[in-house]
Write a protein that binds this ligand. Structure first.
Ligand code: ZN
Length: 501
């Protein structure tokens, strides 16, 4: 396997450069004083450029071809064959887009960030229109360079969810829309059935942090290979399989933000920590797609973290830490409060029931924008019309409650949004399969034992890293392609009970 070893040696440099850049990026968001920003941007640009040059050089292409010849005839499931598959895929994508276009996109989106932030703060949609037009123009060029068969949007979606097609996502959302829109209306008509005031009291931040850390360690986030810090926007980042870090943001009068945010990021981190150790330093380590990644975070955050059984384990400890806030709040009242549905206009604050409608709306708008069916100047009206149609509410402004609320489009992230919903759908599909394979999981969780679930996830999903494409993995794990039905059933059962519908 000499050729494979040559390829691995070359790619190890690329992996090391990328992970070194990740350390600088983590430091920027967690520790760095503001004065470090200009130089840090230059340092990051240099490392990214070196990694990109090393990876896209002809020498890498030659080594990929030589390695491909060597693994020809090897079993599909062998690690060597998988490594060549993944590297070949990444190499082709990375070499299709001209360097000049990559540089132009980087320049434009860094400018766009400032314009968007100002427009959002001033709720001035018109100020962002010309910038978004230019971004879309470059994204169309990028899609053409990447190539696609049916839909331009396919080319961009594929970067986040390999092999997933626009038509597949449309089919899933069509099924979701039909059932979920009327169900949301039904819940909205009964909002009084749940009181969420217990979680809106003031909760001391140091105690929130202490409790949150205890929870994520207990569910299986390995602190010997991880750590938790504070940042403005929560995220997970990995420097190796042995060092996967998360961050959290604390809000004093909305306790669920940090608690469920920590469980969410720990879910991402446990996926990264669970890669086969033999994949360290190679392209096979880490998650196979954003959708599968999100399935892991959502499974722990919502399916487990927002369940009665979970709080049967932890509620007593939480009450002891916050006797003033929770002393006279029953477990059942707390369970309902953390699952309260609200008429939120803001995606990042949305509950489990409405969240996917926020995503569906963005998916529909961004593919229409990209594929030329919706002019950017009409985006705000289209946004508001869909909010009214899906959630029965119209944003009072175009800023943080409206069309300018998310950072994604200003960053050129088009094709990214649907992966949030794919993750929600998959979380329930994987969970159902885990219950089928290991029927003791609910009893184990009720006893505060999370090892049987984590063990199942490790064995069936985590350890494979990027070895299988997302659709292959889901088929191998569940015997079916991705589906929305199980998620809808889970949601209806849970919230029919909570809201007494
Ligand atoms: Zn996430």
């Amino acid at each position: 396997m000499e050729e494979i070893e040559h390829l691995k040696t070359r790619l190890a440099d690329v992996v090391h450069l990328n992970h070194a850049a990740a350390v600088l990026g983590w430091d920027q968001q967690v520790n760095m004083p503001p004065g470090g920003a200009p130089a840090r941007a230059e340092q990051l640009a240099t490392l990214s450029r070196l990694a990109h040059e090393k990876f896209t050089a002809e020498e890498t292409g030659r080594l990929v071809e030589a390695a491909a010849a060597q693994v020809d005839g090897l079993d599909y499931d062998s690690d060597a064959a998988a490594l060549v598959r993944v590297v070949k895929h990444d190499y082709e994508l990375a070499t299709r887009v001209p360097a000049a276009l990559v540089a132009e996109l980087a320049r434009l989106t860094s400018q766009a960030h400032e314009v968007w932030a100002k427009a959002r703060a001033e709720a001035d949609f018109a100020a962002f229109v010309p910038m978004l037009e230019r971004i879309l123009d470059l994204k169309r060029q990028e899609a053409e360079a990447l190539g696609y068969q049916e839909r331009m949007y396919d080319a961009l979606l594929d970067q986040y969810e390999p092999n997933m097609k626009t038509a597949d996502v449309e089919r899933l959302f069509d099924e979701l829309r039909v059932e979920l829109v009327p169900f949301v209306a039904q819940v909205f008509a009964n909002l009084d059935a749940v009181d969420d005031s217990p979680v809106h009291k003031k909760y001391d931040i140091a105690r929130q942090a202490e409790f949150g850390l205890k929870v994520i360690e207990r569910i299986g986030y390995d602190m010997a290979r991880g750590r938790q810090d504070k940042s403005v926007h929560p995220f997970t980042t990995e420097f190796s399989i042995g060092d996967v870090r998360i961050t959290t943001r604390y809000i004093e009068d909305w306790m669920p933000s940090a608690l469920f945010g920590s469980i969410h990021e720990a879910g991402h981190a446990m996926y990264e920590q669970g890669s086969n150790p033999a994949f360290e330093g190679t392209f096979l380590a880490g998650g196979t797609s954003l959708g599968v990644h999100e399935s892991q975070s959502r499974l722990w955050e919502n399916v487990i973290g927002r369940s009665r059984a979970f709080w049967g384990v932890f509620y007593g400890d939480l009450q002891k830490l916050f006797p003033e806030q929770l002393g006279d709040v029953s477990l059942e009242a707390f369970y309902k409060a953390i699952n309260a549905v609200t008429r939120s206009l803001i995606r990042v604050e949305a509950d489990e029931v409405t969240y996917n409608l926020h995503i569906m709306l963005r998916f529909e708008l961004e593919k229409d924008l990209l594929e030329g069916r919706l002019p950017v100047r009409d985006l705000r009206d289209a946004w508001n019309a869909k909010m009214e149609a899906y959630l029965g509410i119209t944003p009072p402004d175009d800023g943080r409650h409206g069309v300018l609320q998310d950072v994604h489009w200003s960053s050129g992230l088009i094709g990214y949004f649907p992966t949030y919903s794919l993750g929600n759908f998959l979380s329930v599909q994987y969970w159902n399969k885990a219950l089928q394979d290991v029927p003791s999981i609910p009893d184990d969780i009720a006893r505060g034992e999370f090892g049987s679930l984590l063990g199942w996830l490790r064995e069936n999903i985590h350890r494979h890293g990027r070895k299988y494409w997302p659709a292959e993995l889901t088929e191998r794990v569940t015997g079916e392609p991705i589906q929305v039905g199980p998620f809808l059933r889970y949601l209806k059962e849970k919230y029919t009970d909570i809201y007494g519908l």
